[in-house]
Design a protein around this ligand. Structure first.
Ligand code: NAI
Length: 302
């Protein structure tokens, strides 16, 4: 196996002061990348700020002979996003790799969720990824090279109690990935999305200790390292990763059925009648662009 390396590449990892993000930053630097370690250093629910988290990771990377620069901005503002990119450009001249990883939790059941809890979680996960991705994308486009990983979650892909804010934001990141690939493909910009499960402060009180102890974040790291490498050929994919389990999850489209002739009205009762065919997923296909869905409508356009 030839070694996968990032010599000459500049990487940004948001939320790299702890948990999963720290493992990415350390591994990237170990394999030759110059790394911007971004971390706001606040609490699990997004309060406060400290430079300590990012500084400790930068120190660790430098002590091991790697190159790194700290950034303490919140991803949750446009200025913060721009400042993170500026740190990379000032210190290392460009951006090749971006891992959108920073995250917080404000769990509440739907009726109990406040406007602030809803907004802050969307600000950090969804807006935050956009605020960093937009200026990074501009530079990647200029250099005709980019690797981006977004961090979604099983809570968004499959559902979880008390996380309507988090789940909504995380699925927004899947939509963002599609846009990045649609606009970035011709510039060799590739974006993929992970849905990890790992022991961190975000999960320490939601899992029994015997489960928690088996979910070391370092088991997620290799997949992310491959996704941000030059070697990766695929884009627009979603991966589950936890404890050494790696699999792909996909949004697929069923063949469905056609009712009517594109001219007459369709009765509600016809929907009920055809429900099995509408919901059937025996034959499915992944679509790579919204226009691909028009293939299913060909009957009315003949
Ligand atoms: P963590 O809490 O250990 O790390 C998140 C880091 O993001 C923290 O160091 C925090 O200071 C930083 N951060 C928070 N808000 C920030 C902001 N506005 N700007 C910059 N940095 C900020 O959590 P973990 O588990 O490593 O999470 C990493 C990502 O993985 C998150 O996006 C999380 O939602 C996602 N994830 C984690 C799962 C898990 O099982 N641990 C499951 C599914 C998704």
């Amino acid at each position: 196996m030839s070694e996968i390396r990032y010599d000459g590449k500049v990487a940004i990892v948001t939320g790299a002061g702890a948990g999963l993000g720290k493992t990415y930053a350390v591994e990237l630097a170990k394999r030759g990348a110059k790394v911007v370690v971004n971390d706001l250093g606040g609490s699990r629910d997004g309060q406060g700020a400290s430079s300590k988290a990012a500084d400790l990771v930068v120190d660790e990377i430098k002590a091991a002979g790697g190159e790194a620069a700290a950034n303490y901005d919140s991803v949750a503002t446009r200025e913060g996003g721009e400042s993170i990119i500026k740190t990379a450009v000032d210190a290392f001249g460009k951006v090749d790799i971006l891992i959108n990883n920073a995250g917080i939790l404000r769990d509440k059941s739907i009726v109990k969720m406040s406007q602030e809890e809803w907004k802050l979680v969307l600000d950090v996960h969804l807006q935050g990824a956009f605020y960093v991705t937009q200026p990074a994308f501009a530079l990647m486009k200029e250099n005709a090279y980019g690797r981006i990983v977004n961090t979604a979650s099983g809570a968004g892909l499959y559902g979880n109690f008390g996380q309507i804010n988090y789940a909504s934001a995380k699925m927004g990141l899947v939509g963002m990935m599609h846009s990045v690939n649609t606009e970035g493909a011709k510039y060799n910009i590739k974006c993929n999305t992970i849905a990890p499960i790992a022991a961190s402060r975000l999960t320490e009180d939601v899992m029994p200790p015997e489960v928690f102890s088996k979910l070391d974040p370092r088991f997620v790291t290799p997949l992310v390292m491959y996704l941000v490498s030059e070697e990766v050929e695929d884009a627009n994919m979603i991966f589950n990763c936890a404890a050494g389990w790696f699999s792909r999850t996909a949004i697929v489209c069923g063949t469905g059925t056609f009712i009517g002739d594109g001219k007459r009205d369709i009765a509600v009762e016809e929907i009920k009648e055809a429900w099995g065919k509408i919901t059937g997923m025996e034959e499915t296909k992944e679509l790579n662009h919204v226009n691909d869905s028009f293939a299913y409508l060909s009957k009315v356009f003949q």
